[in-house]
Design a protein. Structure first.
Length: 168
């Protein structure tokens, strides 16, 4: 049975098959959750990321988890929110979730934890981003003949309340 669950945690502490990093197009690290993941995984993560030659917005690429409890890190690049391109940004954000889930299926993973992609430095409105995350994931799970436990890993209480409402 497929399952969605909201968890308030530091994503670097989660023992799941894959955690999803809110990266940038260089894949060479940054602040926010990206910085936390690189710090916790150790320098080997950056070394593997260098071999990937970046990632387009909406796409996803995977690496090993190194010193993290998670086996893999799926790096996806969310859109930098621009209200003048709201529809395009919504499609790119949905693509982040779909492409990350597609990779998880390709690797036959049984659990995945998403960070709240684009909702920090990239400025995506939290409620809109959460609706896209939940709806895209639900649709994907319905369409795929694949069982995976999906966690939405929220960091702040605002996102916690938003996600709890959307998934209850
Ligand atoms: N565990 C879980 N969630 C976290 C953690 C953590 N340890 N730390 C922060 N968050 P952001 P973006 C939440 O800014 O908006 C980086 O510099 C945070 O509260 O990390 O996609 C990249 O390199 C927020 O809800 O990612 C890019 O340049 C969410 O993670 C840029 O930021 C995403 O916030 C990407 O910006």
């Amino acid at each position: 049975m497929n399952d969605l669950q909201v968890i308030q945690a530091d994503i670097t502490k989660l023992k799941v098959d894959a955690i999803v990093n809110a990266a940038n197009r260089t894949l060479l690290g940054g602040g926010g959750v990206d910085g936390a993941i690189h710090r916790a995984a150790g320098p080997e993560l950056l070394a593997e990321c260098r071999t990937l030659h970046g990632c387009e917005t909406g796409e996803a690429k995977s690496t090993k988890g190194y010193n993290l409890p998670a086996k893999y890190v799926i790096h996806t690049v969310g859109p930098v929110y621009n209200p003048n391109f709201a529809q395009q940004d919504a499609e790119l954000l949905a693509a982040c979730y779909r492409n990350s889930l597609n990779l998880a299926k390709q690797y036959n993973l049984h659990s995945i934890a998403f960070s709240c992609i684009s909702t920090g430095v990239y400025g995506y409105p939290k409620i809109d981003a959460a609706k896209i995350a939940v709806e895209t994931t639900r649709n994907w799970l319905k369409q795929q003949n694949f069982n995976i436990k999906v966690y939405f890993c929220v960091f702040d209480s605002e996102n916690k309340a938003i996600y709890n409402k959307l998934t209850s």
